[in-house]
Design a binder for this molecule. Structure first.
Ligand SMILES: Cc1cc2nc3c(=O)[nH]c(=O)nc-3n(C[C@H](O)[C@H](O)[C@H](O)COP(=O)(O)OP(=O)(O)OC[C@H]3O[C@@H](n4cnc5c(N)ncnc54)[C@H](O)[C@@H]3O)c2cc1C
Length: 471
């Protein structure tokens, strides 16, 4: 489905001929994100300025053309997957860091900057931007703000939203709204900044961000613990926190994940980094002052041993730390090799419920005769059970769907939610009414109507306003 020629001409006039694509190859290339959902847009636009985004949204609102903003499309909920007949608004060319201020500890940036590049840029000035989604070398800062991305370091430093001080947002109809500013405190009016954070492109297009920075920690210490029993690994995190230390990361990897990593390492000709006799691994790191991290990691190593760890490997050099971190970084590419496909979940439960939630996931795997590899940021209560599957096998996919729903139900039952950091996107909209209080959901739908009365912004995503697609 293409757009009428007069509209394409108007778009060309607004943003320039080289910033608009309608050829089948480009439309296909922009039909995906990090999930298996796919839909070709009617047109792909590559704006470079806020004024261009404003002109596009004015036209789209007038003509009722859906807009699907897109960062790097690494999203794991289908949020950036176009809807039929839509404009795919690719923000990757708005990729300038506008200013870094050491005295104010803020960075102002456009949305298309890659997260790792932003981190590197601020670090050259002794500053630190902590949120670190595992996709940080691919994803954009605009995508992170729009999904309120998390990552391993969230246990100590919080999520993306905790660093967003101010935004420039283009609203449907083309008006440009500024929220917040560059101060740490600000209670003037309602907090619209945090309303936009995590709204997955359903309220407007984020065209500029002011992000808070903190001083760069000097040192880091890392350890990898192996456990003979999975529940012991889960319970160890609570004991570390009870010792008075807040680690930088506490990353769980179960036996299925370990098996996948070992297999990947073998295929790369790398020596085994751990023994497969263990049932689970826990990667723990601390950061801060040099003496303090040495002391903290020793305390943590003791706690891990007392919690049942059969071995605790301490990195004694940056090179050894890199080997341990590489284990965690290879989780995604390794797990994907366990089958023809995988369905990656992102549930979150109160921290104390992690042992129970992991046990329930394992029971669900048995009940539906599926392999479910479990890893996650367990200090945050955030688990990523990955259901290994073959999309060509219809009978298996029915079991995958049932298992996925059982995992959602279990998380809700334990006081948690169906997404901790990946978002709702397209794939989980059908489950939102189960996960959100009905009155709160009604208020959210009113907010959506207020911002976007013609429902052009990423329709059908997040709240399932137009047709709830779960699968
Ligand atoms: C290997 C891998 C590891 C990952 N690890 C993590 C992790 O540790 N933590 C985590 O939270 N996520 C993780 N993710 C998921 C994903 O990387 C994050 O959700 C990320 O924030 C998406 O950024 P993006 O630029 O790719 O956004 P996209 O996927 O392009 O978009 C995501 C959503 O934001 C909207 N959007 C994008 N830009 C804008 C904008 N400027 N204005 C308005 N709306 C916008 C889109 O419409 C969409 O709804 C991982 C993904 C992969 C593939």
């Amino acid at each position: 489905m293409t757009l009428p020629t007069p509209i394409l001409n108007e778009l060309r006039a607004a943003i320039g001929g080289d910033a608009i694509a309608t050829d089948p190859a480009t439309l296909t290339a922009y039909a995906y994100d990090g999930t298996w959902a796919e839909q070709r847009p009617a047109v792909v636009l590559h704006p470079t300025t806020t004024a261009q985004v404003s002109a596009i949204l004015r036209l789209a609102d007038r003509e009722r053309i859906p807009i699907v903003p897109r960062g790097a499309a690494t999203g794991l909920a289908g949020g950036a997957v176009p809807v039929a007949g839509s404009i795919c608004l690719n923000l990757a060319r708005m990729n300038r860091i506008l200013s870094i201020s050491a005295p104010d500890s803020v960075v102002m940036t456009q949305p298309g900057v890659i997260t790792a590049a932003l981190q590197k840029a601020v670090e050259t000035q002794g500053l630190f931007y902590p949120p670190d989604p595992a996709s940080l070398h691919m994803c954009t800062i605009g995508g992170n703000v729009s999904t309120n991305a998390g990552g391993p370091r969230c246990l100590k430093y919080g999520v993306t939203g905790d660093y967003v001080l101010g935004l420039e947002v283009v609203l449907p109809g083309g008006r440009v709204m500024r929220t917040g500013g560059r101060t740490i405190k600000n209670v003037s009016g309602y907090n619209l900044t945090q309303l936009i954070v995590g709204s997955e492109g359903t309220l407007g297009v984020v065209t500029e961000m002011t992000l808070q920075l903190i001083p760069r920690p000097i040192a880091q210490a890392t350890a990898l613990a192996a456990f003979a029993k999975l529940p012991e690994a889960c319970e160890a995190v609570g004991r570390i926190l009870a010792s008075g230390i807040t680690p930088l990361v506490t990353e769980l990897m179960d036996h299925e994940v370990m098996r996948a990593i070992a297999d990947l390492q073998q295929s790369r000709g790398q020596p085994p980094a751990f023994s497969l006799e263990a049932a689970a691994l826990l990667l723990v790191a601390v950061d801060g002052d040099k003496n303090a991290v040495e002391c903290d990691i020793e305390v943590i190593a003791d706690v891990l041993r007392q919690s049942g760890a059969t071995s605790v490997q301490r990195a004694r050099s940056p090179e050894e730390a890199e080997v341990l971190w590489e284990i965690r970084r290879s989780v995604s590419p390794a797990v994907i090799r366990l089958g023809n496909s995988r369905f990656g979940e992102d549930i979150v439960v109160p921290r104390g419920q992690i042992p129970q939630m992991v046990a329930l996931v394992k029971q669900i795997a048995q009940k539906y005769d599926l392999t479910i590899a479990v890893f996650g940021h367990i200090g945050d209560g955030n688990l990523h059970p990955n259901i290994i599957c073959d999309r060509r096998d219809a009978e298996m996919m029915k079991r995958v769907e049932a298992a996925s729903h059982a995992i959602f139900d279990a998380a809700i039952e334990l006081g948690g939610a169906i997404s901790g950091e990946h978002g709702i996107g397209l794939l989980k909209t059908g489950y939102v009414p189960k996960s959100v209080d009905p009155i709160a959901l009604e208020m959210m739908r009113q907010v959506k109507k207020l911002f976007d009365p013609n429902n052009i912004m990423n329709p059908g995503k997040k709240l399932g306003v137009r047709g709830a697609v779960t699968w």
